[in-house]
Design a protein around this ligand. Structure first.
Ligand code: PA5
Length: 474
């Protein structure tokens, strides 16, 4: 296991290389030094008074001990027949855990035979798609399944509905008394319906620390508990995050990858109309990190109002891409379409495996050049070719390199993006920690389903003008 720093290379955003409308000069970057120092001081003083609790997550040893203790008892129960953990949660309550499990376990973790896996299979019920939920009913044996329901607010319609469905499904088979041993509730320390239900049924619980929003909660019990159950070294993950924290304490933007990444994205967006940010790992394992990043950016920076109440419509659109797959789809647009994207390539220096491509069918020109190379070399060559092609067509791109994929490097990467996002919030002068747009959708849904206290929302939806048939085809 390589316990090394990830590297952040922004050469391919600089005008010397990126000819055309999207290159940035060193002077443009340096013009942010004063502003960055002001934001740095605001962040430091907010942090000092506990105003940004996500910053402290790498250091909450007590909570980690609680997570491990509960995880150990689940693993013990495994020897008495527990095979599956079903995590119920959505958005910030699911995406971080999924990103950890996909990046840090076997690529086909759930499909591995038990003697190779040794830890429970982990499923996620995120959506409320009846066909998918029925699929889980068909797959999971209640006697062999533990449910981990995660909801910070303890009130969100989707996880609540799925919890009710799985409660009935499980209780019918194993009985009410037994059910409480099969459920673990991760929620706010005291607020919310889910906390009350946990108390009512006497379920085991884990807490989500006060003031840590869903999309910043991957390093709390939200992400750490499922990760621990899947056999991931969560101490090392937090060590990686703490390592990045030390870098991110640097006021000098040329020493701080989170600040520099925020500045480059913000500058290209607000001065050059680069309103999309692509995250493209050349790694299947890191693909779900792009999905986590998509939420982090969207919910944090997509805001109508500035902190002083002006209409600003802030935020870049984050896009998920995966190399080399998307070289055969999106890259055409990125190279030749509008100059409205910045692309971050995630590179893995050392994969766990080296695979030699067999020198077969070497009388054919279409295969002979591959034989004798490794799959790793081909992956690297494809990535380099993409970067070169982007540079040649004047498209700004950044390369973040992980020496290898392990908890230490993934911890760094996640933490870097969280600090970058909060720093960017100050550049845009918006509140990166609220999510009024998400709340509005939740409230309309409550109204439509007749939840008490949301009658105005229901009326608003019901009074929506009828659709004009002329604009409906079919
Ligand atoms: O980041 C956020 O705040 C949201 O995406 C929430 O995580 C999501 O809506 C789920 O909320 P909760 O965990 O309260 O059920």
């Amino acid at each position: 296991m390589i316990k090394k720093a990830i590297t952040y290379d922004f050469n391919n955003t600089i005008i010397d290389r990126i000819k055309g409308p999207s290159g940035i000069s060193a002077e443009e970057i340096e013009s942010y030094i004063k502003k960055a120092s002001e934001i740095h001081n605001i962040l430091a003083s907010k942090r000092e008074i506990g105003g940004l609790p996500f910053y402290e997550l790498p250091y909450r040893k007590d909570e980690v001990e609680e997570i491990k203790a509960l995880g150990e008892s689940v693993k013990e129960e495994m020897s008495n027949s527990i095979e599956n953990v079903l995590v119920i949660g959505i958005g910030g309550s699911s995406l971080g855990g999924i990103a950890l499990i996909k990046s840090l376990t076997h690529p086909f973790y759930n499909l591995l035979p038990e003697h190779l896996r040794k830890t429970p299979r982990i499923f996620y019920a995120e959506n409320i798609d009846p066909d998918e939920i029925m699929g889980l009913f068909e797959l999971l044996d209640p006697e062999k399944t533990i449910i981990n329901i995660i909801s910070k607010s303890g009130n969100t319609a989707e996880p609540m509905a799925n919890f009710l469905l799985f409660h009935k499904f499980m209780v019918e088979k194993i009985g009410e008394e037994n059910f409480k041993k099969h459920v673990i509730v991760t929620t706010d320390i005291e607020k919310g319906t889910m906390r009350q239900i946990a108390n009512d049924i006497g379920a085991r619980t884990l807490k989500i620390p006060e003031g840590v929003g869903g999309r910043f909660s991957v390093l709390t019990s939200v992400g750490l508990f499922p990760a621990y159950l899947a056999g991931i070294d969560i101490d090392l993950l937090l060590e990686g995050a703490a390592f990045m924290d030390r870098l991110c304490k640097n006021e000098d933007i040329f020493e701080n990858p989170a600040y520099m990444n925020a500045i480059i994205h913000y500058h290209l967006h607000t001065r050059r109309g680069v309103n999309m940010a692509v995250l493209m790992p050349y790694s299947q394992a890191l693909a779900e990190i792009s999905v986590w990043y998509r939420q982090l950016l969207s919910e944090s920076l997509g805001k109508t109002y500035s902190l002083s109440g002006e209409v600003v419509y802030a935020g870049q659109t984050p896009i998920k891409a995966v190399g080399a797959i998307d070289q055969h789809s999106q890259i055409q647009l990125y190279r030749e379409g509008p100059f409205d994207k910045i692309i971050t390539i995630l590179t893995v220096k050392n994969f766990k495996n080296f695979l030699n491509i067999p020198a077969l069918f070497d009388s054919y020109e279409g295969t002979s050049y591959l034989g004798g190379h490794t799959l790793n070399e081909l992956f690297e060559a494809e990535k380099q070719a993409t970067i070169l092609a982007l540079v040649k067509s004047g498209r700004p791109n950044i390369e973040i390199t992980l020496p290898e994929i392990n908890p230490f490097t993934v911890g760094q990467l996640l933490y870097l993006y969280e600090v970058q996002t909060v720093f960017a919030g100050f550049l845009y002068n918006i509140d990166s920690l609220d999510q009024p747009g998400v709340e509005a959708g939740k409230n309309y849904a409550y109204g439509l389903l007749g939840r008490k206290g949301y009658e105005n929302m229901r009326d608003e939806v019901n009074n929506f003008p009828e659709s004009n048939k002329r604009y409906i085809i079919g």
